[in-house]
Design a binder for this molecule. Structure first.
Ligand SMILES: *Cc1c(COP(=O)(O)O)cnc(C)c1O
Length: 402
């Protein structure tokens, strides 16, 4: 930002679905002098962080941490478990699923990409049909996006696991939860996920720069014979070095300081409390959007997102001009529509280190923006959101006493 721009007082509202604002305690933890990544101080930090991060994935097996964006973890998941020419089943929930599919094809995998209109999560029935047809077990992996960030679409991963088991298909289950982890429940072990793919800059409340793969015993076994070419992403080098608290190349030491504290903050709050507030914001935001008379991109309730809401613009109104107006007037960033829904939707992020009043502030910015942009809507959506949030805080005991 150039210093000729006038100063904006107060906090910027970063209401995109990631990167998200970073808590002050995490910022302070990262504000540390660089340390020797082959020395004993780092070793202690690494051993501690590698162990405690497992609790966020709800796993007891390896979580490999790369200095990379989430996209790197997609690649790590594919190249460590598969062989050239292997068939993988993917599902077009939106832009992120589309990008993962494109990457798989570039890596020489053969993808069966189940088409969808970007308005639903993964339908377990469609996965089941494909697996039942695959009598010869040509499909080596099912790759799905837990929370599709282009549309605000949540997939029931346990339901996908269930159909894989019911069919008795041996495919690996690879799950992208870059924008789900830390906002919506994810259980790597209990849900039988083979590789969980995540990133630092969304629900984990860190800056961009760390990519994670949580690895099941089955995926680790597959990696021992997997022939996809790999260098940087090789798990075996990582896992070997991690055993003694080191990395095969220079790790993102500053971000690991941050991760150490971010995991502590999450447990201080309690994972269930974190998921509950995201749910509360999802419910309130959807009630607000509905009251305005605008449409949620997520068409079916079962896929609605606790992380963010994508709002469809009325015919003939551009979402990008609307976002620009909101940014310039209220200093709030809303998420852009991507690819197929570019300029057709704006996304309201309600995730990460936030609270009820920030979310209500964000919704008021949108409502005032609608007014200023001359977009027809019913006033009072924020009032509806307030009522929804207040109701969520009303404990049954108190209700009975009144
Ligand atoms: C953000 C995101 C990614 C990509 O992460 P980068 O850090 O931008 O590489 C992948 N999948 C989903 C679902 C995301 O939300």
């Amino acid at each position: 930002m150039s210093n000729t721009e006038p100063r904006k007082a107060g906090r910027h509202f970063l209401q995109i679905p990631g990167p998200t604002p970073v808590p002050d305690r995490v910022l302070r933890a990262m504000h540390s002098q660089i340390l020797d990544h082959r020395g004993p101080t780092f070793q202690k930090l690494a051993l501690r962080v590698l162990e405690k991060v497992k609790t966020i994935f709800k796993t007891t097996s390896h979580v490999v941490i790369f200095p990379a964006s989430g996209t790197g973890a997609w690649e790590a998941a594919l190249v460590n478990t598969l062989n050239p020419g292997d068939k993988v089943l993917m599902y077009e929930t939106g832009q992120f699923a589309t990008l993962w599919n494109a990457m798989a094809k570039r890596l020489g995998l053969v993808t069966d990409f189940i088409p969808s209109d970007w308005r639903t999560g993964v339908d377990p029935q469609k996965i089941e049909e494909k697996l039942r047809e695959d009598k010869g077990h040509a499909i080596k992996a099912v790759c799905i996006v837990h929370h599709e960030t282009s549309g605000g679409l949540l997939t029931d991963v346990a339901a996908i696991r269930k159909v894989i088991d019911e069919v008795g298909h041996p495919a690996l289950l690879l799950v992208d939860t870059v924008s789900g982890l830390g906002s919506a429940d994810l259980r790597h072990d209990e849900w039988g996920i083979d590789v969980t793919v995540a990133g630092s800059q969304k629900g984990l409340m860190l800056p961009p720069g760390l990519a994670f793969t949580a690895i099941s015993a089955k995926a680790l076994k597959a990696s021992e014979s997997a022939k996809q070419p790999k260098g940087y992403w090789a798990w075996d080098d990582m896992i070997n070095a991690n055993k003694s608290g080191f990395f095969p190349y220079t790790p993102a030491t500053g971000l690991l300081y941050g991760l150490d504290v971010a995991v502590d903050l999450m447990h201080e709050e309690g994972l269930d409390n974190i998921f509950a507030r995201h749910n509360r914001w999802g419910v309130a935001t959807r009630a607000c959007v509905k009251h305005w008379g605008l449409e949620n991109l997520s068409r079916e309730e079962r896929y609605h997102s606790p992380v963010m809401t994508a709002v469809l613009m009325p015919e003939g109104k551009g979402a990008d001009a609307f976002r620009k107006l909101v940014l310039e007037t209220f200093d709030m960033s809303l998420g852009a529509g991507l690819n197929k829904v570019a300029d057709k939707v704006f996304r309201i992020g309600h995730l990460g280190d936030s609270n009820d009043l920030t979310i209500l502030g964000a919704l008021s910015g949108v409502e005032m923006g609608l007014e200023l942009a001359g977009i027809k809507h019913n006033k009072g959506g924020v009032q509806v959101a307030m009522a929804s949030i207040a109701a969520a805080h009303q404990r049954p005991v108190r209700a009975a006493a009144e």
